[in-house]
Design a protein around this ligand. Structure first.
Ligand SMILES: Cc1cc2nc3c(=O)[nH]c(=O)nc-3n(C[C@H](O)[C@H](O)[C@H](O)COP(=O)(O)O)c2cc1C
Length: 330
């Protein structure tokens, strides 16, 4: 299989490799984005940010605008249902220093779609296009759109939405090969991503079920897309970016990280999270990351339980350091 990857250019932003960290709420905060960037994610995406949260000065949403120097280029994702508020939010995102503004048209969550946001926009293409047009006019950075294939099997609207996005001035689209009704079940249908590639001239970034170099290579080869976006495969696994980038360069399959490497990275991630969000939040938010980092390691269930009970930074660090010592001795 030919895995030679071409450079991915999104408007004025040229990526070092066609390999992107997917936006993930609760995962892609600034500390994780810096880590993913360090392992080779050529573009990192933020958690989704509400347009209204930004405009009405919600403190939590304000914090989400923070970008670390070590994570560029970064794409900041906004969601909403009204062209005017989305345009204003996009201007805030540009002022915050984002390199790209991405519009969420794929979120399947009921609370979001019942407001006409996220994947609900795949059923209202004129409104979707008006939002994209308004955002493009409001900023000077490239605008991208992230979508699913459609609302359900019967409504395969992604090619039409992608065409409208292109007409409205979007620089690229990312397509997750599932419908809204699927949420995360079943498989991503990559043939639908291929159909979107056929429909437009702007770059299409393929997303859904990429776990390693070979699956990234297959996504590029089977769909003709211009880049790959990785979500769940990167949870507790920033190494996936190094593996995929290398595989796409020369077909080399790098060995997976050792247990010791995983514990070291878990510790570094924890320390960055505590420095960024404080001990209380850092300890709590690290629990899910820790369970992803340690998945499949010997004794991981018992370890997770102890980490979940750790009530101080020192206690958490001591538990991981003890594991690390054992892993190094082994
Ligand atoms: C925990 C979690 C949070 C997510 N949050 C977002 C989000 O904020 N915005 C978005 O566009 N997609 C979000 N997604 C969807 C992912 O970006 C991606 O499209 C999906 O997980 C499929 O890719 P994967 O198979 O590589 O995980 C989220 C997915 C997960 C698992």
């Amino acid at each position: 299989m030919n895995v030679t990857a071409k450079p991915l250019v999104i408007g004025s932003v040229r990526l070092a490799a066609p390999v992107v960290l997917a936006p993930m709420a609760g995962v892609c905060d600034a500390p994780y984005r810096v880590i993913a960037h360090g392992y080779g994610a050529a573009l990192v995406c933020t958690e989704m940010v509400s347009d209204k949260g930004l405009l009405y000065n919600n403190v939590h949403t304000e914090e989400m605008l923070h970008i670390e120097p070590g994570e560029h280029p970064v794409s900041m994702q906004i969601f909403g249902s009204e062209p005017e508020t989305m345009a204003k939010a996009a201007a805030r995102v540009e002022a915050a220093g984002a390199d790209i503004v991405d519009i969420n048209m794929g979120c399947p969550v009921k609370k979001v779609v019942s407001n006409g946001e996220g994947s609900a926009l795949m059923r209202d293409l004129p409104r979707a296009e008006a939002i994209i047009r308004a955002v493009v006019h409001a900023v000077s950075i490239p605008v991208t759109v992230k979508m699913r294939t459609g609302w359900n099997e019967a409504e395969f609207t992604a090619p039409e939405l992608a065409k409208r996005a292109e007409a409205a001035g979007a620089a690229a689209v990312a397509v997750h090969g599932r419908t809204r009704e699927q949420f995360y079940s079943g498989h991503a249908d990559w043939s639908k991503i291929a159909a979107v590639v056929q429909a437009v001239s702007i770059p299409v970034i393929g997303n859904g079920d990429i776990a390693d170099g070979p699956s990234a290579g297959r996504m590029l080869a089977e769909t003709g897309c211009s880049g790959v976006m990785i979500g769940r495969g990167a949870q507790g696994n920033p190494w996936v970016f190094r593996e995929v980038t290398r595989y796409l360069q020369d077909g080399t399959i790098l060995p997976p990280p050792s247990a010791a490497e995983k514990y070291r990275q878990l510790l570094a991630h924890f320390q960055a999270l505590v420095a960024y969000k404080g001990a209380y939040t850092g300890l709590r938010e690290m629990r899910s990351h820790a369970s992803w980092y340690t998945k499949g390691l010997p004794g991981s269930a018992a370890l997770r339980e102890r980490l979940n009970r750790a009530e101080s930074v020192a206690a958490f660090v001591a538990i991981v350091e003890a594991q690390l010592e054992q892993a190094v001795d082994r």
